[in-house]
Design a protein. Structure first.
Length: 358
């Protein structure tokens, strides 16, 4: 017992110091998963997060780690199909753990031969439920192991809070420009694999046909709102637009505020028509919303597909050209850069990656 306690304390301190030096979300998640599996004597550690999609809550499995093994990322939040996620009601004990912010331990049953212990992961000093860490073990966790888990998860939650503070817009709570580039490059098309030799079996799931799109949103006549009603009302409009944006797109989509009245959305759709329809749903929702004091306010939206070899600046420039066209041809509309080029209304002289197209 004493040797186990000493070893656990040494590993715990080492991992706590290591976690405090990590600044990336993926690396931080991998770090805490590895720390949990390395510090506590269990067979398997799993971390799942809570996601909100179309006003329903689901579980998103994130990582797994077995004793003396590398961390495995179970799913990619950017590419996971929201329709395939598990509803929270399907895992009542997991939900009880997170909803009540309590440790939940289940003894072995006829179907499960191990102990299953769950710990809540919360942010904002316990005010925001984030996810659950689950431990599969042959015996119940010792009190010292439970305390080590709580320390690691508390540090993880604090580090996520710090990342949110630096990467989220203070007014709207949306992502700011800082994390935009990293996500953009993750959205680039995955290269096609080399063809397999004859007779070789493919041991991999079918690839999704979905593509990623960038939508640029610009509030129409926003300067007039500030000049007429003042900046406090203008800030309220920005906050409400952010809420409409988050409600209009899915959990796998990312919404950013780029400053002023400009917003960016990276969304995954099955094609051009689906991307336009998604942007149109937002535009219609905003046009039909009655903003307090300011009344009806609309937005112009430009969309473009994120293609192989793309750069963030190139895609933003293409979407901005579509927004510019929408602004000068009536506002309150969604314009597709590809559709404008096809119709001869926009010249394809923008860049894709490092290549200039004419």
């Amino acid at each position: 017992m004493e040797n186990h306690t000493d070893t656990r304390s040494e590993r715990l301190i080492s991992h706590l110091v290591g976690l405090c030096g990590i600044r990336g979300r993926d690396a931080l998640l991998a770090g805490v998963t590895h720390a949990l599996a390395d510090t506590v004597p269990v067979r398997l550690v799993e971390i799942s997060s809570l996601v909100l999609d179309e006003n329903q809550r689901f579980w998103l499995p994130l990582t797994q780690a077995r004793a003396d093994a590398k961390v495995r990322f179970v799913s990619d939040p950017l590419r996971t199909d929201p329709d395939a996620l598990t509803p929270i009601a399907a895992e009542p004990e997991r939900w009880r753990c997170l909803d009540q912010a309590v440790q939940v331990t289940n003894a072995p049953t006829g179907e499960r031969t191990e102990y299953l212990t769950r710990f809540p992961i919360v942010l904002a000093e316990g005010a925001t439920p984030w996810g659950v860490a689950e431990f599969h073990s042959e015996a119940p966790l010792r009190s010292g192991d439970e305390q080590a888990v709580r320390h690691l998860l508390r540090v993880y939650g604090s580090m996520l809070d710090m990342l949110d503070y630096s990467e989220c817009d203070a007014l709207t709570g949306l992502w700011n420009r800082k994390p935009f580039d990293d996500l953009f490059y993750k959205a680039l098309p995955i290269p096609e694999p080399e063809p397999l030799a004859q007779g070789v079996v493919e041991h991999r799931g079918a690839a999704t046909t979905a593509t990623f799109w960038l939508a640029m949103v610009d509030i129409d006549h926003f300067k007039m709102v500030n000049d007429t009603y003042g900046h406090l009302i203008g800030d309220e409009v920005l906050l409400l637009v952010a809420r409409i944006l988050k409600a209009s797109f899915r959990a796998s989509d990312r919404v950013y505020r780029f400053g002023g009245e400009e917003f960016i959305v990276i969304l995954r759709c099955n094609g051009h028509e689906s991307a336009v329809a998604a942007a149109e749903r937002f535009r219609a929702s905003m046009a039909g919303y009655d903003f307090p004091q300011a009344g009806r306010i609309t937005a112009s939206v430009g969309i473009t597909e994120i293609v192989a070899g793309d750069l963030p600046s190139s895609a933003c420039e293409r979407a901005d050209q579509a927004v510019y066209y929408a602004k000068h041809h009536g506002r309150n509309q969604v314009c597709s850069e590809a559709d404008l080029v096809r119709r001869g209304l926009l010249t394809s002289d923008q860049k894709i990656g490092d290549v200039e197209l004419f």
